[in-house]
Design a protein around this ligand. Sequence first.
Ligand SMILES: NC(=O)c1ccc[n+]([C@@H]2O[C@H](COP(=O)([O-])OP(=O)(O)OC[C@H]3O[C@@H](n4cnc5c(N)ncnc54)[C@H](OP(=O)(O)O)[C@@H]3O)[C@@H](O)[C@H]2O)c1
Length: 333
Amino acid sequence: MQKNVLITGASGFIGSFLVEEAIRKGYRVFAGIRASSSRQYLSDPSIHFLELDLMDSVAMQQTLQQTAEKYGAFDYVIHAAGITKSLHLSEFYDVNVASTQRLVNILQQQQLLKEKFVFISSLASYGPGVGNDPITALSVPNPITAYGRSKREAENLLYQTTDFPFLVINPTAVYGPRDKDFLFVLQAVQQKLELYVGSREQLLSFVHVADLVKAVFLSMESAHTRRNVLVSDLANYTTAEMNRIIKQQLGVSAIAVTVPTWIAVFAAVLSEAVGNLRGKVPLLNRERLKEFRASNWAATCTELENLGYRPAHTLDSGLADTIAWYRGKGLLK
Ligand SMILES: NC(=O)c1ccc[n+]([C@@H]2O[C@H](COP(=O)([O-])OP(=O)(O)OC[C@H]3O[C@@H](n4cnc5c(N)ncnc54)[C@H](OP(=O)(O)O)[C@@H]3O)[C@@H](O)[C@H]2O)c1
């Protein structure tokens, strides 16, 4: 029998790929979106759209109950809705924590979940690794941003919920077609600018969105519950290696510019002020800068490897694919 999966944040970068994979795997897919959400990447006619504003508990309960009455309870819920940047730090709590609590309460109290709730958290909920040791699922969390703390708080509330089967997925930096954040880095390098903040070399990890999506379904369909699953491409990179790969894939050379930390902070304050005036979250802000400056985002994904996860992409092949997509859309030369 066809299984039901609800995917929140279906209109987002990661959510839209989760929807495609769920359809490919034969699920009946319920895409949780808002009235204002874009449906640009949700064109498959088999998608059942559910208008779910996570801030509105009453409307959300009504929609989920009515859907379950018609199609049966949800076998799986993948909760990918969330915010990664905001002009107001309190918004991280409102959306990433309180909304997750609202959704979990409804699913539990109304008995709308059959198998598993999958929470798309982030490596940021752990904070950077200590020394040069990679972050593991068992690392002691020490998030350094409001975003990371909100994701950790949401994870904690899941662990405090009894009789509720869930998995927490902690992806590292995700890139791929449709993403807008990494485009900025690529555009800077194409302008022959290879930026470093501060003098320290960083350890980084990445995952192509197609591999993340495979990892989510592999974990979700496994017998594992009530644990964290870290997701990367199983490699770790230095900043210099990342830049070398970007330059190679773009076919350009660039000048390495090391921006002193105080200038980067000044630029972040300035871009926040402009962002506040325009009502738009700038890509460069002080919270983001904390992540840029942390020296170790290396990760080890033992849980996934034990499940047989083999990513299709390294950063080289993943960026080749992503750059080709950007070029096809005229976003890169
Ligand atoms: N991208 C990364 O590198 C990365 C890394 C680790 C973890 N993650 C996590 O992965 C998830 C998806 O990230 P993404 O990169 O795909 O972000 P995204 O493109 O910004 O998508 C976010 C999604 O959440 C929805 N959303 C936000 N607030 C909502 C609300 N109040 N009610 C209902 N829906 C709401 C958005 O809906 P609208 O379209 O209507 O705005 C959108 O569909 C997030 O939870 C993020 O923390 C991302």
